[in-house]
Structure formats: C-alpha cells, structure tokens
Design a protein around this ligand. Structure first.
Ligand SMILES: Cc1cc2nc3c(=O)[nH]c(=O)nc-3n(C[C@H](O)[C@H](O)[C@H](O)COP(=O)(O)OP(=O)(O)OC[C@H]3O[C@@H](n4cnc5c(N)ncnc54)[C@H](O)[C@@H]3O)c2cc1C
Length: 571
C-alpha cells in the first residue's frame, strides 16, 4: 500500500493511509531499541499462516507482501513498504496469524517478538496509539471485505448458520460467507462431496479443516481463539463474563498489574455487543455500534495483558482451602484468589409452546446486520418489548421503510423508553406501536410463517409475518452459580448493603467486616453490571461497576486469606 508501484492487492482502498501509516524516524528508533534490526532477502517468509507467537516488523527498506494462503493459489492482500509496519489484531489477541508475510523486495527490517511488542504498546503511548488505530482499521477492512482464514457455507434459512455467523462476527473474526440458496454451484459441490443438508453449515478453517455444523467451542479451538492461555495457574482475579462490565474489570485489573483471566461463554460484548447503535454512552456523540465498542474493549483488555477465554462458560464456583475454583462447562477448573461475576442478563423467553422451533428461523433475540440479512427488504416484522433495546431494534429494522409492529403489554411506551428513541419512533411512519398487545401463537413449517396476537380488548388476529424480534424483560444469568452466592427473589445477585444480617448469617459470612460495596455473600467474590441486584441496566453503569470493583479486589487480595471457609449454599 502507500506509495510506489501500482501492484494490485485486495486491501487497496481509499483508507490506505489509515491502514498502513508510516512511523517517523524517532518512532522507528524507539521501536528498534526494544528489538533488533536485520537484513531480509527476497522470498523469505517472515510469518507463516497459522503460526502462533507472531512477531512484529517495521520495514526500514524493501517491501513485504501480505498473502492469504489458499489451496488454489496465494492471494496478495497488501504490501508493507518503507516505514510501515506489519500486524493484525490477532497478534495482540495471541491468536495464530491469518496471513503469510513474504519479502517481495530485499532490504532491512526492525523485528520484535510478540512479548517485546506487548511491552512496547504498554510503555509508549504515542506508538501504541498509531499501532492500535491501524490494527483496528485493518481488521474492520478485512471483516468488510471478508478477507480471512475462514469460509462459511450455509443457508439464511438455517438457525445454525445464523449462530455461527453471529459467533464469528461478534468475535471480530473475518470470514467469507457462501449461501447455498443463492449459489446453486456451491450446493452442487457439497452434494458431490456427500455433505447433506443436515450437516450444514460447513466451516472451512484455514483451507485445511472442514467442520460440519460445529459448536462455538469447536470453532474457537479450530481458529485458535484461546491458544496459549494457561488454565492451570492461580489468577489474582477471574472475571466471569465479557460484557461491558467484565471487559471494564479486565482493563482495570490488567492495567493495574493484576493477573486477570476472563471467561466468556459466547463472544465478547455481551448484550451491548448486539446493539445496532448505542447513543447515550459518554464520549460517543454520534453513537457507536455495540460490536465496535466490544471489539475496542476486548483489544484494550488484551493490550494490558488480560487473558480472555472465548466459548468457555463457567458452570460452578467452589472454594477449597482459602481460594476459589471456577469450574468450566467442559469440566476444567480455574483457580482464583478473587472472582468477579459479570454474567449479565438475557431476554426472557415468553411462554409460547413451540418457541424453540423458530429460534434463529423467524424468532430472534438480537437485531443486528446479521439478523437483518435474513430478512427481505419488504418483509413485515414484529418487535416485542417496550424498553430501549426494543426501540433501537424498531428504528434499525424500519430504516429501509419496512413495516415494523412494536408490541407492548403496557398502555404506553413512554415509561420504559428513552425520550430520544421515542421521538425517533414517532418520526418513523413505518413503525406502528401496538400497546396492550401480546403474541399468543406462532406457526410455520420449518420456519416461522404466521403470528397470532391478542389486543387489549380481547380481539385475536393472525398475520402472515415471518420475523419476530423478542426483547422483553431481563433474566439474570445466575443459574451457573447453583445458589452459592445469595440471590434476590428474581435471581439477581445481592451485594454490599443489600445483604441483610440474615443473608450473611445464612451464607456463613466469615469476616468481621461487612461485605464491600460490590461484594457478594462470599468474601472476595464480587458482582458487577446487569447481573447485580439494583444495577441500572446501562452500558455506562456496567462499565463503572466493572472498573470500581477492581479497587475492592485489591483490598480483598491484601487481606489475610479469609478464614478457611467452604462455600455453602445459603440455607
Ligand atoms: C439490544 C440492546 C441494546 C442496548 N442499548 C443500550 C444503549 O443504547 N445504552 C445503554 O446504556 N445500554 C444499552 N443496553 C443495555 C446494556 O447493553 C447492558 O446494560 C450491558 O450490556 C450490561 O453489561 P454486563 O456486562 O453487565 O452484562 P452483559 O452485557 O449481559 O454481558 C454478560 C456476558 O456474560 C456472558 N456470560 C453469561 N453467562 C456466562 C457464564 N456462565 N460463563 C461465562 N460467561 C457468561 C454472556 O455471554 C455475556 O457476554 C442495550 C441492551 C440490549 C440487549
């Protein structure tokens, strides 16, 4: 990219200066002081696709070609020229390289190991800023162009395809998608290879492995999302959940020198990651998509050295001999001196008999570009719910002029929705509010075809509507805790002053002092964000609680190990 010859590469775009900025000589000298300078020869492979522990290079002279390795021939993606640097977010995240880097013009490079590069970005704010911005722009461009090491073949009519697209997208992993309903040749190819419809979708990793309808865990493993993260050693703090609260806790913990590990059952970003546009988060006057906010926070946590395990959910929390063990769904355990629970909340599933049958094929819990891609431009849709998330979904889905029915059980929307969203809804003629209305039946063969709703006066009617977005109420993600910390009557975690003397006595609280502000009924275990009783369900409050929890973690770590308590279920 940059100046020079006009060889064509995939990443050539108007954004080239953002993607491949040049460092000045003082900056290059600072980087070189942490690594070494060496000559490179034409054809030398500096990084191989799939390589772990990826080094970092600045070109002092010569040129490096970025290539996507492929079974049908190498594809040049970009050129890195004098004063420009290599790298992709994978390097920060500790994931395998997606591309091969080969010297196309001999010269000289500055080389840093991954650890040296990490030390650099933590110590040199100016260079860190240039690098982070370029790596994020590169990733955005790769995602936009579908340049990566994963190919997904599926159908817009399959729930598993939507799940995998959402998983890859929300993990910021670039991939190419082929829809068998739109490309008959691909369907024919799969038939030839004996892949039948029940085995779809198919994910091809790095052009090597073919995974049929893989679980999120299998995808994370194949693409190396969790490579090199040590599960065995005791952490200062294990943070469960990588929504805004958990990621904020990770950023503050790691930046303050704590050994922090984050566990995420699905993808970083939590509920906020599914928001099409967050407009009330401080510092983003024109709004930011939840996906972008999540990607930035995830990269920031990793930059400071926090480890994040993807598609690894916590299944239990026990205490043995003065420390905690967080048990994973796969049976492994992670030892921790303190724990932060940031597992958030999820939409309540309405009691409709055949709901599960239509999830992902007509019934959705997110309204992002992925779900939108399942819809025709003129398809009518229903959004159920009266809070901000439903408002955002309605505005987003109606932006192309398609008809959106917003169903709420109450008499009005104004109690539960922010004014700016109410105004936006009022100004969008395609959105129709139906108060005191609820869905009573779903019908369809293979996918949702019809919806029946009942209005306040008892009138029941059936409509040929094939897409329903459910955004009703929040249920705390606390089932995995098996009641080992004290919950309120709705399943949210009680902390600090919310814990009554009776609660503490039932939980065998072992210390003289009362629980800290965000501390649960177990000493050294904190709860932050939407999962906490009394939390204001907003990104800012989740981030705030995640951040301040770390000051209490420091205090808990400084205390002598709390008496050898054994975690018990509250009586
Ligand atoms: C569509 C939508 C739009 C929104 N828009 C706005 C807005 O504009 N402004 C605003 O301020 N707020 C908005 N909100 C609310 C905001 O997103 C939430 O308040 C915020 O995300 C809460 O953050 P959290 O980290 O506490 O929990 P969550 O975001 O719920 O994150 C919890 C994380 O924990 C993970 N997890 C759950 N169980 C486990 C387990 N056992 N092991 C490991 N991981 C687990 C989940 O997968 C999830 O990633 C919106 C919410 C939605 C759904």
């Amino acid at each position: 990219m940059g100046t020079g010859t006009a060889r064509s590469t995939l990443l050539t775009s108007a954004n080239a200066p953002l993607l491949f900025p040049a460092l000045n000589s003082a900056q290059i000298a600072r980087v070189a002081s942490r690594g070494w300078i060496r000559p490179v020869t034409r054809g030398e492979v500096l990084i191989e696709g799939g390589q772990t522990d990826v080094p970092f290079f600045i070109v002092k002279s010569g040129e490096i070609e970025v290539i996507r390795p492929s079974g049908i021939g190498d594809l040049p993606i970009a050129l890195v020229r004098t004063d420009q640097f290599t790298g992709d977010i994978s390097m920060i995240l500790g994931r395998p390289a997606q591309m091969r880097l080969r010297v196309s013009e001999p010269g000289e490079v500055v080389q840093l190991t991954r650890d040296q590069m990490h030390a650099l970005i933590q110590a040199d704010a100016e260079i860190s800023e240039v690098l982070m911005a370029a790596l994020i722009y590169r990733r955005i461009e790769m995602v936009a162009q579908g340049i990566g090491d994963a190919w997904l073949i599926g159908s817009a009519r399959s729930a598993a395809t939507l799940r995998i697209r959402a998983f890859l997208t929300r993990n910021g992993h670039p991939f190419k998608y082929l829809d068998i309903d739109r490309d008959a040749d691909v369907r024919g190819l799969l038939d030839r290879f004996g892949v039948d419809a029940g085995e779809l979708p198919v994910l091809i990793c790095r052009g090597e492995k073919v995974l049929k309808n893989p679980s999120n865990q299998a995808i994370a493993e194949c693409l190396g999302f969790n490579g090199g993260i040590d599960h065995a050693h005791q952490r200062d703090v294990v943070i469960v959940g990588a929504g805004p609260a958990g990621l904020a806790a990770a950023v503050y913990a790691a930046s303050e020198g704590l050994d922090a590990l984050v566990l995420e059952t699905s993808s970083p970003g939590g509920q906020a990651g599914s928001s099409s546009r967050i407009e009330n988060y401080l510092g983003f006057p024109t709004g930011i998509s939840g996906q972008e906010l999540a990607e930035r926070a995830y990269a920031q946590a990793q930059k400071f050295g926090a480890d994040v395990l993807i598609a690894k959910g916590a299944a239990d929390l026990t205490r043995e001999g003065g420390a905690y063990d967080v048990k994973l769904e796969d049976g492994a355990t992670i030892p921790a001196r303190t724990v932060i629970i940031a597992t958030g909340a999820r939409y309540r599933r309405p009691p409709l008999a055949n709901l599960g049958q239509f999830e992902g094929v007509g019934v959705y819990y997110n309204a992002t570009f992925m779900e939108d891609a399942q819809l025709g431009v003129d398809d009518e849709v229903i959004v159920v719910g009266g809070a901000n998330s439903a408002g955002q979904a309605a505005v987003f889905l109606a932006r192309t002029g398609r008809r959106v029915h917003v169903l709420v059980r109450s008499n009005t929307l104004s109690e539960s929705m922010s004014r700016y969203l109410l105004r936006r809804i009022e100004e969008t003629p395609a959105i129709q509010i139906r108060t005191r209305t609820e869905i009573v039946a779903l019908e369809g063969t293979g996918r949702l075809d019809r919806v029946t709703w009942r209005e306040g006066d008892g009138a029941v009617s059936t409509h040929d509507i094939r897409h329903v977005f459910l955004m009703t109420g929040a249920e705390a993600n606390t089932g995995w805790l098996n009641n080992r910390v004290t919950l309120d009557e709705k399943g949210f975690i009680k902390t600090g002053p919310d814990l009554t003397p009776d609660d503490l006595s039932a939980a065998d609280w072992p210390l003289e002092r009362p629980p800290y502000l965000l501390e649960t009924s177990c000493p050294g275990v904190f709860a932050v964000g939407d999962v906490r009783r009394g939390n204001v369900k907003r990104v800012a409050s989740a981030v705030g609680e995640g951040s301040i929890a770390i000051s209490f973690v420091h205090r808990a770590l400084a205390e002598s190990p709390a008496a050898t308590v054994t975690l018990v279920r509250p009586r």
